[in-house]
Write a protein that binds this ligand. Sequence first.
Ligand SMILES: NC(=O)c1ccc[n+]([C@@H]2O[C@H](COP(=O)([O-])OP(=O)(O)OC[C@H]3O[C@@H](n4cnc5c(N)ncnc54)[C@H](OP(=O)(O)O)[C@@H]3O)[C@@H](O)[C@H]2O)c1
Length: 299
Amino acid sequence: MELDRPEPGPGEILVKLVAAGMNPFDWKVADGMLQGVVEARFPLILGQDGAGVVEAVGEGADRFRVGDQVYGSFGGIPRGLGSYAEFAVVPQDGPVATMPQKMVYSQAAAVPTASMTAYNLVEKTGVEDGRTVLVIGASGGVGQAVVQLAALKGGYVIATASPDMTETMLHLGADETVDYRAGDLFETVSEAHPDGVDVLIDLVDGERELDMLAGTVKKGGVVASTVGQANTAGLKKRGIKAYNFQNKASGELLAVLAELIDGGKLTVHVSREVDLAETPAAIAEAKRGGARGKTVIRL
Ligand SMILES: NC(=O)c1ccc[n+]([C@@H]2O[C@H](COP(=O)([O-])OP(=O)(O)OC[C@H]3O[C@@H](n4cnc5c(N)ncnc54)[C@H](OP(=O)(O)O)[C@@H]3O)[C@@H](O)[C@H]2O)c1
């Protein structure tokens, strides 16, 4: 639908978006799965991530200039102003930063939520040189970035991958892959790593499956779930530190990611580009699963 162009308030910038990045968060909002967690204002424009050009700056906003190329996680759901639109507003001190120089808009729009989440997950779980990290859901948006950033830290990365994604995962830095559909994942990992892994980052499993997979983690190890499925108290009793991870987005972190991208240390694979009119179908497809990278909307 046609809506009025939003105006930047004091300390805000107005961005003319060229591309928006799609995340599972968007369809979870659309489906009402986050009621009580994220308040939405209607009419609601979906979407968090995007990249574009600063069109105007609000009173007192001096961090960016009109014409700057920026990317960010615009988080406009509480105001109804998401990123699946021609314009988005964001506080200049919010999760927005200068775009990576080596990326075009459609690539930069695919970065924010997934790569910030991955970066924070790798930090939070203490991945470092020589630590073994099992990543469940590695072939999706967050997972591909986790694999790269964990490998960059020197972690020994075991990534889940369907056969068509094995090579991609190894190319991104995984040391081993495991096909979660080929057999019992717990048994396969336990057999290959009888002493256990140090870190389990799980992007997909429900509580029962996660509890089972946590059996692959050494005492003193760490488990993180991005889908709120870690039984933290139960795992603590088993000597495992567990987190139900919530991402924290920031402009500073986006600047760090831009440096990693420009330095050739982090890549983001855009597997699909759609127009706004094709977006409902793309959302429905994303819900069915099987992501092989990021979906981006051309605006
Ligand atoms: N808490 C937070 O702050 C936060 C932040 C970002 C994301 N998230 C959540 O984290 C989840 C992942 O996000 P995403 O952007 O990476 O999603 P995505 O791009 O849709 O990727 C999910 C991946 O998991 C794979 N997968 C599905 N079931 C699997 C299983 N049982 N074992 C192994 N792999 C499996 C899928 O491929 P196949 O189906 O082909 O295997 C797909 O590649 C979403 O639920 C999202 O909402 C949470």
